[in-house]
Design a protein around this ligand. Structure first.
Ligand code: UP6
Length: 261
């Protein structure tokens, strides 16, 4: 039996995972929007527009040219007023001691504002323990990159399996995976977020590959669709596109539950 988001909100030890599932259920949205723009005002404008339709905002804070503290204050205010959580897609990839510093310090102080961040598993388990030292006391959640959407990704097969094994050892902090599909059985629960989702094109010129919400959620058992340029790219109407992807993601979820068709 496929569990509902509301049922899964009860299962997780991690506070961020529980809150995310509650938010998904409240807003009837499994849409995470990835806003990869380089100016603060542009980022805030898009987030304000799509905020009502998303459960999660994914940032790449290091691409913002005019980053300052005020951006974080405003993003947090939007996260409160529109009711969504924040995921900084930092893709940490170093030894535990270094990632702990990168997570807590420097210009961005990611751990102080991002509910969720993520890490590659290439360095081994120390990357999780390093990030957990900072994030766990704050109630944050970590996603492991078990697969990637880009062509020729090396995160496949035994690498993906070893990543799942690492997650199982840190269930209080690791809440799930970046992957194209559900990686575990129904007896254990991890959140799967899938990037590389688009309804109109099949890829970009730099190796990105797109699949539809139906494909990732119904056929592959993923939980959250991550959509970037499909919503804000090419002068698109961001509100219209956010609603379109929210509806497509929710319809796919209802189909997976057997409530549609
Ligand atoms: N992302 C991927 N694939 C991965 C992991 N992360 O595309 O395997 C991230 C990118 C980008 C977003 O860093 O922020 O998801 C996808 O954006 P797009 O929809 O505009 O292609």
């Amino acid at each position: 039996m496929v569990k509902t988001y509301a049922e899964r909100a009860e299962i997780f030890q991690n506070e961020t995972a529980r809150k995310l599932f509650q938010c998904i259920e409240r807003k009837k949205s499994n849409l995470c929007v990835a806003v990869d723009v380089t100016r603060k005002t542009e980022l805030l404008d898009i987030v304000d527009k799509v905020g009502p339709y998303i459960c999660l905002l994914k940032t790449h804070v290091d691409v913002i040219e005019d980053f300052d503290e005020d951006l974080i204050v405003k993003l947090r205010a939007l996260s409160e007023s529109h009711d969504f959580m924040i995921f900084e897609d930092r893709k940490f990839a170093d030894i535990g001691n270094t990632v702990a510093l990168q997570y807590s310090s420097g210009i961005y102080k990611i751990s102080s504002w991002a509910h969720i961040t993520n890490a590659h598993t290439i360095p081994g388990e120390g990357i999780i323990t390093g990030l957990a030292q900072i994030g766990k006391p704050l109630g944050r959640g970590l996603l492991l990159l078990a697969e990637m959407s880009s062509a020729g990704s090396l995160a496949t097969g035994s690498y993906t399996d070893a990543t799942v094994a690492m997650a199982r050892k840190h269930k209080d902090f690791v809440i799930g995976f970046i992957a194209g599909r559900k990686l575990t059985g129904d007896d254990e629960d991890f959140i799967v977020m899938s990037p590389g989702v688009g309804l109109d094109v099949s890829g970009d010129a730099l190796g990105q590959r797109y699949r539809t919400p139906e494909d990732v959620i119904v056929s592959s058992g993923s939980d959250i669709i991550i959509v970037g340029r499909g919503i804000y790219g090419n002068g698109r109407d961001v509100v219209k596109e956010a609603k379109r992807y929210r509806d497509a993601g929710w319809e796919a979820y209802l189909t997976r539950l057997g409530l549609l068709k």
